[in-house]
Design a binder for this molecule. Structure first.
Ligand code: NAD
Length: 299
């Protein structure tokens, strides 16, 4: 029996002030989307440069809207004030909902979630934008696991409509409800899914990446594969998609998937001592669009 996402919203506390941890590809995108739809958001990172980059991306996206005459420069300036960059948890006391979007590493995420839990009120909802790590695993570090669930956006955040809301074993209906309501306020389409490594979309996407990697290892030309998959009807091929995602994030997420489903995710992590094409790209610092070189080169 499927439960409709709307069912939970009736029990939700209003989400008026939010925060995102991490100002990278996803954190920056989440901050932009929230600000654009009118919910103020604190954007926290550990590096000043990351905050600056995150803000720059938002400015670029708002400026495009001004160019297209969808916003005036005054409206752009006003929307930008919805994003407050910070290096500390100082102002987290009145935050209703936090989205954690730091690196895809269970230890780092566990520590960051436990840290932020100390800085927020008892009723604050904590969510993670993890691509693959089980919500029950991340909840182990928390004192109030009932207030915690997954809130998984897709890249680029401002264009991708879907948000997976992942319910852990201890997640309350109120936490799911607030997260569903916030996703809708951001103009997204939330779906509530059960917990497992990779949730729903990445259970499908990572075997696809693995299949692509295996083809390349057998000598396929990645550019031709991309062209074929575009003709098949996908908006972009797997090599370009991996460049957009980030090869580092793909490798880390792939490790979580291989650990969760050892018999089914092999080709992503290679075979025995033989490394996969995706791993080799990562080890050669070809991280994709984030450092201007992945399968393709960027300017
Ligand atoms: P990224 O490398 O672009 O950004 C990560 C940011 O986190 C960096 O700015 C880093 O400085 C910051 N950070 C690290 N430790 C921190 C801490 N303790 N506190 C605050 N900030 C900290 O990575 P990303 O692609 O934005 O991925 C972030 C998360 O989103 C990961 O869990 C990833 O799996 C998930 N995700 C990524 C994609 C994608 O396509 N890239 C899609 C969906 C979900």
């Amino acid at each position: 029996v499927k439960k409709k996402a709307g069912k939970y919203e009736k029990q939700a506390q209003p989400v008026k002030q939010t925060a995102v941890l991490g100002a990278g590809i996803m954190g920056g995108g989440i901050a932009y989307q929230s600000a654009s739809k009118g919910t103020p958001i604190l954007m926290k990172d550990i590096k000043d440069e990351a905050l600056e980059l995150g803000l720059k991306e938002s400015r670029k996206l708002f400026a495009k809207q001004v160019e297209r005459k969808k916003l005036t420069t005054e409206q752009m300036a006003e929307k930008l004030t919805n994003i407050r960059p910070t290096l500390s948890y100082g102002d987290f006391g009145n935050v209703d909902l936090v989205v954690e979007a730091v690196v895809e590493n269970p230890k780092v995420k566990g520590a960051v979630l436990a840290e932020v839990e100390e800085s927020v009120g008892e009723g604050t909802i904590l969510t993670s934008n993890t691509s693959t790590i089980s919500i029950n695993r991340l909840a182990q570090n928390l004192k109030r696991p009932e207030n915690f669930c997954g809130m998984h956006f897709f890249n680029p955040v401002h264009r991708m409509p879907l948000v997976e809301v992942i319910r852990g074993a201890k997640t309350s209906d109120a936490a799911v409800g607030a997260t569903v309501a916030y996703a809708r306020a951001m103009g997204k389409t939330p779906i509530v899914v059960n917990d497992c490594p990779g949730f729903l979309v990445n259970r499908i996407l990572f075997p696809y990446f693995g299949g692509f990697s295996f083809l390349v290892e057998q000598g396929a030309d990645f550019q031709r594969v991309d062209k074929v998959m575009e003709k098949f009807g996908w908006p972009m091929g797997p090599a370009y998609l991996l460049d957009v995602v980030g090869l580092d994030t793909a490798v880390h997420a792939g490790e979580v998937m291989a650990e969760g489903f050892p018999d089914r995710m092999g080709s992503m992590s290679g075979e025995g001592d033989k490394k996969s094409a995706i791993q080799l790209m990562y080890e050669n610092d070809r991280l994709g669009q984030k450092n201007d070189k992945g399968f393709y080169a960027y300017e």
